[in-house]
Design a protein around this ligand. Structure first.
Ligand code: HEC
Length: 135
């Protein structure tokens, strides 16, 4: 197995909630969501938007007929929307603010490997960085 390097590459890393997550693969996923999704998909979201406030809510999005289909990123709406071109309605984040290619790869890898979420203590997600624009 290749060693997963989860070093603190950014100065504020030590204080970042993701840094406290023991599972390195999931810590990366949390980092992607916190930088790109949680700002809008938290408490003030519209009712039809999937909630992503913490690991328990995320876990409820996982299932064979759910937003996140373990092992099948292409069938996961949650993943599809981050790969849509800007012109396609439903692209996430909305209109013209696609997430970085390596962030897409992190989500794809996580879902392909079964979309595992650490059990036990619920991990809260906190918006990190600027709120992605919605127009
Ligand atoms: C700027 C705010 C904003 C950000 C950032 C954002 N979303 Fe959304 N999201 C929305 C809105 C608004 C909707 C509802 C869209 C609609 O009604 O068409 C939505 C809907 C969705 C849906 C449901 C799509 C559907 O087909 O109904 C998914 C899944 C989703 N977002 C995932 C994500 C993911 C994953 C991220 C991060 C990569 C993200 N969103 C980032 C605002 C946002």
């Amino acid at each position: 197995m290749t060693a997963i390097v989860f070093a603190c590459l950014i100065p504020s890393c030590g204080s970042r909630p993701g840094a406290a997550i023991a599972d390195p693969a999931f810590a990366k996923v949390a980092g992607v969501l916190e930088a790109n999704c949680v700002h809008c998909h938290g408490d003030n979201r519209l009712s039809h938007m999937p909630p992503i406030n913490d690991s328990a809510e995320l876990a409820r999005l996982v299932g064979s007929n759910a937003w996140i289909v373990p092992g099948k990123p292409e069938r996961s709406r949650f993943f599809q929307v981050v790969t849509f071109g800007d012109a396609i309605p439903g692209a996430m984040p909305p209109t013209g603010h696609a997430i970085a290619r390596q962030d897409v790869a992190i989500l794809r890898h996580w879902i392909t490997e079964g979309a595992r979420i650490p059990e036990g203590r619920i991990i809260s997600f906190h918006p990190r960085g600027k709120r992605p624009r919605s127009e």
